[in-house]
Design a protein around this ligand. Structure first.
Ligand code: G3P
Ligand code: CA
Length: 274
């Protein structure tokens, strides 16, 4: 049986920005993604002690900022224990230059942790309103009120009704809250390894299709059966994180609708995007 693609225009989703080329979840990585012609820029969200949403992957500041050196007595450097003013003093770029010397650039030194509002405005401005936003509620259980806060910022920045907007989460509870707050927004249920173990994928996706527009499985989970089940319930399939052209081609042949990648340029080249 031939798989029926829902879209013929496969989406390039820049995972944490073009994060192979710049420090993840900083404006520098978002700018690179836009320059490389990503269709969407992805951000991860955490929330500060004083209730500001910032774009950062981890629940702690340790891996991607100089928090350990700057605040030596504040281990384990949880985002929720720092105010926005404190986080703004941190360098979120130098770690990248040290870890990836071949990709290092002077301009990455001193990159800061953006707020969600700042990240949205940056992508809107640099992407001329044509580059989409793909935003993940990370650790929503740690941050009461996170979903209300997200919708408030989307409203404030005038993107809530954008056609090119997805909200994503591993947490069904978080997605269902978002659905109640803003029924018009497209939601994506993420899956990591193990989350589908022992489940009937058809039953699972039928249920998920009540609230979501798509699924975002770890790439190892994706096969013909998963794509067929998702498409049967009109769910888009956006696997993560796909960083080699071999994997990109394999997933395209299975009929996925988009891919999260750190290597924006490689997927854009493969798809021959104009
Ligand atoms: O959002 C898709 C993918 O990014 C989920 O994994 O850990 O990179 O946020 P993670
Ligand atoms: Ca993510």
């Amino acid at each position: 049986m031939t798989l029926r693609p829902i879209t013929t225009d496969v989406m390039v989703i820049a995972h944490r920005g073009a994060s192979a080329y710049g420090p993840e979840n900083t404006l520098a990585a978002y700018k690179q993604a836009i320059m490389m012609k990503a269709d969407y820029v992805e951000f991860d969200l955490q929330m500060t002690k004083d209730g500001h949403l910032v774009t950062l992957h981890d629940e702690t500041l340790a891996r991607t900022t100089n928090a350990e050196a700057f605040f030596p007595n504040r281990a384990p450097w949880r985002v929720k224990d720092f105010t926005l003013e404190e986080i703004r003093r941190l360098d979120a770029g130098s770690w990248f230059n040290k870890t990836y010397p071949a990709q290092a650039k002077k301009e990455f030194i001193g990159q800061h942790v953006p707020t969600l509002e700042e990240a949205i405005n940056f992508v809107q401005q640099h992407g001329k309103g044509e580059v989409g936003l793909y935003i993940e509620t990370k650790a929503p259980g740690v941050y009461p009120g996170m979903e209300e806060n997200v919708i408030e910022i989307l409203n404030k920045t005038n993107v809530l009704d954008n056609r090119k907007l997805f909200l994503e989460s591993f947490s069904e509870q978080s997605l269902r809250k978002l659905k109640k707050l803003a029924p018009q927004v497209k939601l994506v249920q993420l899956y990591k390894r193990g989350m589908l173990a022992g489940k009937n994928v058809y039953q699972e996706f039928k249920r998920v299709s009540e609230y979501a527009a798509g699924v975002g499985p770890s790439k190892e989970l994706v096969g013909r059966k998963l794509v067929r089940a998702a498409h049967q319930y009109y769910l888009l399939v956006h696997p993560w994180t796909v960083n080699t052209q071999d994997d990109m081609v394999s997933l395209l042949s299975l009929g996925v609708d988009g891919q999260f990648t750190n290597n924006t340029d490689q997927l854009v080249d493969l798809l021959e995007k104009p």
